[in-house]
Structures are given as C-alpha cells and as structure tokens.
Write a protein that binds this ligand. Structure first.
Ligand SMILES: Cc1ncc(COP(=O)(O)O)c(C=O)c1O
Length: 385
C-alpha cells in the first residue's frame, strides 16, 4: 500500500489535507467578486506573518520570481550592490543582480555560519553609494538562520535598501519586517506557508516603492508598478494561481488559529528535537547552535554514500534532501518547516536511526527535549486539531 511519505525537505513541504482541499475547489473568474475578495483578504492577512504594515503583492511563480522582481524593480544597471552570500541562495542573489548588470560586491561568509552584521556596516561605511544590500534570512543550503535584526541595524544609517530572501523562513521564524528596518521581503507559498508551489509574495517599504518609480531596468511581467495599479482595483494584472490563493487562505487560518508566536515556538522545538536526536547518534551537525535554523538542519556524516543513505530512507517513506553546490555529496538536510509536528520529528529520527542500526537513541533524546518543553510551557500538543 502507498502511505503518505514524510516529506522532510526544505520545501516544498507537506500540505495539510484541508489546505489541499481548499485548493481543489472549482475554478472561478479571476475578475469576479469572489476572487477579488480572496486576493485582498489573503494579502491583508499575510501582513501579520510579514509583521508589516507595508503593501504585499502576489506573483504567480516560485520564490525566485519575487527575488528577480526585487532586482528588476529596485536596481538600475550599473548600480553598486552588496550581496551577503554563505550558500546557494546568497549566490542566487548575486547571479540575479549580475543578470541585471549591476556592479556586484559579494561579502562571502563561511557556508555553515551566519554573516557578521558589523562587516555589513563596515562595507557600507566604505561604499556609501551602495544601492542595496541583499540578504538571505534562512540559508536553506546550509541550515543557517542569519541575524536579520543585526543586519537591519547595521544598514539603518545608510541609503542602501535592505532586500531579504525569506523564502524558507517567513511563517516559521520570527521576521519583524518593519521593526528591523527591512525594505523588501520575498517569500513563496510552498515552504512555511504550507501551500503548494505556485505563488510568490513580496512586500516593500515606502522607500522601496519610491525607488521603484525611479528605476529604469527593463521589466514587464514582474513590473511591480503594474501590480500596484491593479491592486488599487482589487484585481491582479495577469491570470493568478487561483488554486494556490485558496490554499494559502486556508493555511493562514491554521497559522492564525495556532498563533504566530506559537508557530515560531513550535519550529524552535522541532529544531531542538532534531538536533538532540542527531547528536545522540553522533552525527555531526554542519551548523553551530548560534546559527541553527528553525526550519532546516544540515548533517555532515562521516560515511561517504550519502546519496545511498537518502535513497534508503526514501524507500522506507522518509524523504530527505542532499547537499547543494560544494556541499553536494557531503551533507544531507532535514526540513522541519510548515506542517510539521514533534511526532513527525520522532518518525524521521526513528527512520534515520533504524537505517544506521542504532535503534531508539535519537528518538529518545528528541522525546526528552519535547517533554522538557511541555513541562516548561504547558501542553504544546494541539497542533493536529
Ligand atoms: C532560501 C531560499 N531562497 C530561494 C529559494 C528559491 O525558491 P523557489 O525554488 O521557490 O524559486 C529557495 C528554495 O528552496 C530557498 O530555500
């Protein structure tokens, strides 16, 4: 019999049945009143998750569409920009900026560590003409959560816009867009937002909106000025992913019912359970406590056939991710974002330890973390309701 697999990759993530069912409703007119209402309410409700009062727009595409839209709308050819890169997705910012012919400075930080905000401030002091700083909140290729509040504080005294890829963090890790002084936040439907792939979301500050009006880079489908004009009429400029909008609306109801703070606490608990379990198996973690992501954990085992290990786990129903770029073949990654519970962590760890022939150790260590969290915070067990 085919059972549901444990989809434990850093996105796409498991879609709750009620979210999938919402997306499976009959098609509607994207210019009719039902969709207008749906679109406006989803974009309004997302403000709570973005922790912003700024406008949010939806693009039909994956997270990279929102990243490209940021560059196309906010950077002129030949503008100097600073990209913070410590993994595949930091590097993606640099690739997009180069495609739009900006002058790219890359502040590289080690894969497996976070960026030092002081270095950002030092760079901006030396290059005050910098048009934008591009950061990755959660670097999914390594499992590092960057200190975005610190980066925001470091960039606060400069004209540079702070543009953030929050594709694998928004809705799973605390991200205070307004309070931390972030100008642009990009994310996508298929990670912590628990919906299928198909929508990207982008929010921007008034400062960024003003810059958008002055930038001359060519753009059409991703021209955010067009999206804003249509938003005023409560309509999308182009045919949107209606099914995904419905799915996101349902997922937002789940997030709202759980409460954002509780969502973050759950992700931290999942991270701590996974890390405790892996430590109990003596599996080396790529990232130190200081930078450990609440949504994805990377493991650097000393056995060589990581591809075979991931394939074996797949065969027993647990889907993990391998490494990317220079970490390909060197690490495996466990996604624990979105629709993921403590019990899911126990199942994942049980599968890993059974493949390694050390039954019980990892799940027991993780259970201990869960039990301590329950004692400290009262019951955290309503997640399946
Ligand atoms: C941190 C981060 N940024 C960007 C992306 C790209 O998103 P998409 O694949 O939705 O274009 C991903 C996808 O895994 C990601 O994890």
């Amino acid at each position: 019999m085919a059972f549901d697999q444990q989809l434990r990759i850093p996105g796409p993530t498991p879609v709750p049945h009620r979210v999938a069912a919402a997306g499976a409703q009959p098609m509607i007119n994207h210019r009719g009143p039902v969709f207008k209402q749906l679109m406006i309410t989803v974009l309004e409700r997302l403000k709570n998750v973005f922790q912003t009062k700024n406008t949010i727009l939806a693009l039909t595409g994956s997270g990279t569409a929102a990243m490209e839209a940021s560059v196309a709308n906010l950077i002129n050819p030949h503008d100097e920009v600073l990209v913070l890169a410590g993994g595949v997705f930091g590097q993606r910012w640099a690739k997009i900026c180069r495609a739009f012919q900006s002058q790219v400075h890359v502040l590289e930080y080690p894969w497996g560590e976070g960026v030092d905000p002081q270095q950002v401030a030092d760079f901006l002091r030396r290059h005050p003409q910098t048009a934008a700083v591009f950061a990755t909140h959660n670097e999914s290729s390594t499992g590092v959560l960057n200190d975005l509040a610190g980066i925001g504080a470091a960039a606060a005294d400069f004209d540079a816009l702070l543009i953030v890829d929050a594709v694998s963090s928004l809705g799973g890790a605390d991200l205070k867009m307004d309070q931390w002084g972030i100008d642009v936040v990009c994310t996508a439907s298929q990670k912590c937002l628990m919906a299928p792939p198909g929508l990207a979301f982008i929010s921007f500050s008034q400062r960024a909106e003003q810059r958008m009006m002055e930038v001359s880079s060519p753009r059409f489908y991703l021209d955010l000025r067009i999206y804003m004009e249509w938003l005023a009429k409560h309509e999308p400029p182009f045919t949107p992913n209606i099914a995904c909008f419905r799915a996101v609306a349902e997922a937002l109801s789940m997030i709202e019912a759980e409460g954002l703070e509780q969502v973050f606490a759950r992700h931290l608990l999942l991270r701590d359970m996974i890390r405790a379990g892996l430590r109990a198996l003596n599996l080396p973690l790529l990232v130190d406590e200081k930078w450990a992501s609440p949504t994805v954990t990377a493991v650097k085992p000393d056995f060589s056939d990581i591809g075979g290990f991931v394939a074996d786990l797949r065969a027993c129903g647990v889907e993990l991710a391998g490494g990317q770029g220079p970490l390909s073949g060197k690490i495996f990654r466990i996604g624990h974002m979105g629709y993921a519970s403590p019990l899911d962590m126990l199942v994942t760890l049980a599968a890993i330890e059974s493949k390694l022939g050390c039954y019980g150790r990892a799940a027991a260590a993780a259970e201990q973390v869960w039990s301590e969290a329950q004692q400290a915070h009262g019951t955290l067990a309503e997640w399946r309701a």
